[in-house]
Design a protein around this ligand. Structure first.
Ligand SMILES: Cc1ncc(C[n+]2csc(CCOP(=O)(O)OP(=O)(O)O)c2C)c(N)n1
Length: 278
């Protein structure tokens, strides 16, 4: 477990990046607000604590890979990559503009740290499995991470990938699943409940961790524990709050896919500015 200073540093980055996400979405006037805010602790823990990567040498062959399967949450990825130094934050101005590398869903550009085009839910788990199999063949110590969502767990292809990773004992694979109980049209329970996900993944041969995904200590410790698992892929099911950090957006399906108005942005930034890491 990292020091309490490191945890505070990661919490502080999460706070700053939530503000970046809101500002870029506000400028773009289209995109998804709730998801990126809710999974920020996991994204920050990956990019600023766990993953081996080098923004100065983005194509380093032994880098760990990250695939954002729930691609509509791309602003969270862009905020991490810019903060790490892959590209300047001024690029946020161009989110979702024609010709910009920062599209509404990730468009592959490894020089900027964007490893794969994603957004068709369900596909990312298998893409990441392919990278993991290649790393194993090449005898590299690379680990392959991917982020998923509860709405995505309604897609059949996710389960084909889950079956393959378990069968092939891909222990260089670690998935995180943003379980906020919300999808595009409302709460999962009113649309199609995917529970119990832990039992389902275990049945497919995975080691499962269930955590509070907005608690930085739990996130980093699950990532550390996942790395120790041998002979199985690992799944971190993270309970989160959609819209986390901004009370007017928290746990509100309506903010799955809308961007903040001028007044909402002002309120949100004011609230995030008041937070000091505990
Ligand atoms: C294959 C596929 N079908 C439908 C969509 C449209 N879509 C975009 S987001 C979304 C809801 C996904 O739920 P979740 O990721 O849990 O939503 P969030 O937590 O961000 O609210 C859907 C169905 C898609 N991107 N891909």
């Amino acid at each position: 477990m990292p020091s309490s200073e490191k945890i505070k540093e990661l919490q502080e980055i999460s706070r700053q990046l939530r503000m970046d996400v809101l500002q870029m979405l506000h400028k773009a006037k289209s995109g998804h607000t709730g998801g990126p805010l809710g999974m920020m602790e996991m994204m920050v823990a990956l990019y600023f604590y766990k993953m081996h990567h080098d923004p100065k040498n983005p194509l380093w062959e032994d880098r760990d890979r990250f695939i954002l399967a729930n691609g509509h949450t791309a602003p969270a990825l862009y905020a991490c990559l810019a903060h790490a130094g892959y590209f300047p934050k001024s690029e946020f101005q161009n989110l979702r503009q024609l010709g910009s590398p920062l599209q509404g869903h990730p468009k592959r550009k490894p020089e900027w740290g964007i490893e794969m085009s994603t957004g068709s839910l369900g596909q990312g788990l298998s893409i990441a499995n392919g990278l993991a199999l290649a790393a194993r063949l090449d005898k590299r110590s690379t680990r392959i991470y991917s982020m998923h969502s509860d709405g995505e767990a309604q897609e059949g292809m996710l389960w084909e990938g889950a079956m393959s990773a378990g069968f092939r004992k891909l222990d260089n694979r670690c998935c995180l699943l943003d379980f906020n109980n919300v999808q595009i049209d409302g709460f999962n329970k009113d649309i199609k409940d995917v529970s119990p996900l832990d039992e389902k993944f275990r049945a497919f041969g995975w080691q499962v961790f269930t955590i509070d995904g907005n608690n930085m200590e739990e996130v980093v410790s699950a990532l550390d524990e996942a790395e120790k698992v041998k002979g199985k892929p690992t799944m971190i099911i993270a309970k989160t709050l959609i819209g986390k950090g901004v009370s007017i957006f928290e746990n509100k399906p309506a903010y799955h896919g809308v961007t903040p108005s001028d007044a909402e942005l002002e309120l949100a930034l004011e609230e995030l500015n008041r937070i000091t890491p505990s």
